[in-house]
Ligand binder design. Structure first.
Ligand code: PEP
Length: 253
């Protein structure tokens, strides 16, 4: 039997504005994590705040980066390499967030290179996948996720899959207040798990964590987490409030 410990994660995106605000928010969130909290917790935060947030969170919360550049060294102005992140104790990196795919035009090939380099540098990667509203309306959530999984994980070995988690984030639910119903999310998570089993075998399909993201709030978290294939959440807006994210961290199992 596979025990997939719940994994509650937050993505601060381009927030907050100052280091002082980041400290206050991290302290507020960290105070919600207790030995009774049902899962592991991670925060993906902007680069300038990573070490500060790590110092505040200690071993209560794992701190990750919101993206990285797959290039390792040299003339790539503005780049942040996986080796740099690993060297400051960063444990996780997000790859393929829909905002990066859309605004920064990151392709599946680029996202795949990020995944490979993050793993190569002994960190874990959370690969974000999900369909647009148009694709959802055409009943294409499953096939789109399958395609993004196959492209994003190309060259990732079975052994490496212990360093991978998947975040299913329907684009129509991110930042819109329109959370997927637990039933819709469960249905797609089941299809994602089936694809992983197809790619890597039963064991890896059963042990890989699949998180849901898209307008998760204190009101929706319990219903989502009750579903068998939803192993955690990736939370944007609601991770910017200690009160809201604290409630999500301590969801009712
Ligand atoms: C996200 O940033 O991945 C996200 C799901 O945002 P929100 O919770 O605000 O929809």
């Amino acid at each position: 039997l596979y025990e997939r410990k719940p994994f509650i994660t937050g993505n601060w995106k381009l927030n907050p504005n100052t280091k002082g605000e980041a400290i206050a928010l991290a302290e507020d969130i960290a105070s919600s994590v207790t030995s009774d909290s049902p899962g592991d917790v991670a925060l993906f935060v902007p680069y300038p705040f990573i070490e500060t947030v790590q110092n505040i969170c200690g071993d209560k919360i794992t701190v990750g980066a919101e993206m990285c550049t797959p290039e390792m060294k040299g003339a790539f102005t503005g780049g942040i390499s996986p080796a740099m992140l690993a060297s400051i104790g960063c444990k996780w990196v997000l790859a393929g967030h829909s905002e990066r795919r859309t605004i920064n035009k990151e392709t599946d090939e680029y996202i795949n290179a990020q995944c490979l380099k993050v793993i190569e540098n002994d960190m874990s990667v959370m690969l974000c996948i999900g369909e647009t509203l148009g694709e959802y309306e055409q009943n294409l959530a499953g096939p789109i996720c399958e395609l993004q999984l196959k492209k994003g994980l190309a060259g990732v070995s079975k052994e490496d899959m212990s360093s991978v988690a998947i975040a299913y984030e329907p684009v129509w639910a991110i930042g819109t207040g329109k959370v997927a119903t637990p039933e819709i999310a469960q249905d797609v998570h089941e299809q994602i798990r089936a694809t992983l089993k197809n790619m890597y075998g039963e064991d890896i399909g059963d042990s890989t964590k699949i998180l849901y993201g898209g307008s998760v709030s204190p009101d929706s978290v319990d219903g989502l987490m009750a579903k068998p294939d939803i192993d955690g959440t990736l939370v944007g807006g609601a991770s910017l409030s200690g009160e809201s994210f604290g409630r999500i961290i301590n969801f009712q199992a």
